[in-house]
Design a protein around this ligand. Structure first.
Ligand code: NAP
Length: 285
């Protein structure tokens, strides 16, 4: 029994799970920091989620990441949810305290703010106006990140308007729902634009957005990272906007989990970036 507990084990729970890049990046860190252990993909059907999550501490896991489609359902399973995950309404990281108690956290907010603000420029979001395209789980984490960075007005544009309204009701009067038909006009005076839909991803159509109203000083971020330079980012870059791709968020959101499970604060470095990117290049074909 106790021998099991000494093994450094973590994984990512999803359905399907083949697409996840998390094993590649966590196993890179395990090897780089010479920590013996394994980070494994765990394909778990939604009907088996609770049984699987409850089994993991008994199997010696230190914790796990949670991905699509389980991020919301797992809120009802954990023994404790940290305040940030409750605020977002989604969990992407699990910690097993003393090998038993299951605690849910959300590190997507951290991943987003680190990716947006890292680099040479300080983009200064105090009182900024932001536009978020999409109203799913990623959008909720990004709205929380933008509010915490000081944004004073966030316009949520979504194909299904009711979901944008729900986000606005959840986060208050600084978050305004916008109809899909008004997405291009919504960019007026915007300092940050973030795409959180899957449009622009390989196999999906590009995001159909006229950016002529977007100020040239605005930063444009895409959460999609296959391809790294989405059509939206290409257009924005060609007209002189600062662009941030989705890989930074993916890499940074993994840091708190790794640090907690394996007792080592990992770095997002150029070699990690290249390692994960080489795999994404293979997917891009
Ligand atoms: P989700 O909850 O399923 O939300 C999907 C969103 O995309 C919804 O707002 C949906 O609009 C919109 N959408 C999908 N197809 C569309 C279409 N054809 N036209 C217009 N809107 C469309 O998914 P999620 O968890 O938020 O993830 C969204 C994206 O973010 C994915 O591409 C995911 O890979 C990415 N992501 C990246 C990171 C990262 O670390 N870089 C982290 C999390 C997520 P409706 O409401 O109208 O359906």
């Amino acid at each position: 029994m106790s021998a099991n507990r000494d093994i450094n084990l973590a994984g990512v729970i999803g359905w399907p799970i083949q697409h996840s890049r998390s094993p590649r990046l966590h196993n890179f860190w395990l090897s780089k920091y010479r920590i013996s252990g394994f980070y494994v993909p765990l394909q778990v059907h939604p009907d088996k989620l609770e049984v699987a999550v409850r089994a993991l501490p008994n199997l010696g896991f230190k914790g796990a990441n949670v991905t699509i489609p389980h991020k919301e359902k797992v809120l009802d399973i954990v023994d404790e949810c940290d305040p940030l995950a409750s605020r977002v309404g989604a969990i992407n990281t699990l910690y097993f305290e003393h090998g038993e108690k299951i605690v849910g956290a959300n590190t997507d907010v951290f991943g987003f703010t680190q990716a947006l603000c890292s680099g040479s420029e300080n983009i200064g979001l105090d009182n900024a106006k932001a536009v978020v395209i999409g109203a799913g789980g990623a959008a909720r984490a990004i709205v929380v990140g933008l509010l915490d960075l000081g944004a004073s007005e966030i316009r949520i544009v979504n194909r299904t308007y009711e979901k944008a309204v729900k986000i606005s009701e959840r986060f208050g009067k600084n978050v305004q729902p916008i109809k899909w038909q008004q997405r291009s006009e919504s960019l007026t005076q915007c300092q940050v634009l973030v795409n959180t839909t899957s449009l622009g991803m390989i196999g999906n159509p590009a995001l159909d957005l006229d950016v002529s109203e977007l100020p040239l000083q605005a930063t444009v971020m895409d959460t999609v990272y296959t391809p790294l330079m989405t059509p939206l980012l290409k257009t924005a870059k060609s007209r002189g906007n600062r662009v941030v791709d989705g890989l930074g968020m993916l890499l940074h959101q993994a840091r708190p989990g790794f640090a907690h499970w394996f007792n080592h604060d990992p770095r997002v470095t150029k070699d990690l970036h290249a390692h994960v990117l080489s795999d994404l290049d293979m997917i891009s074909g």
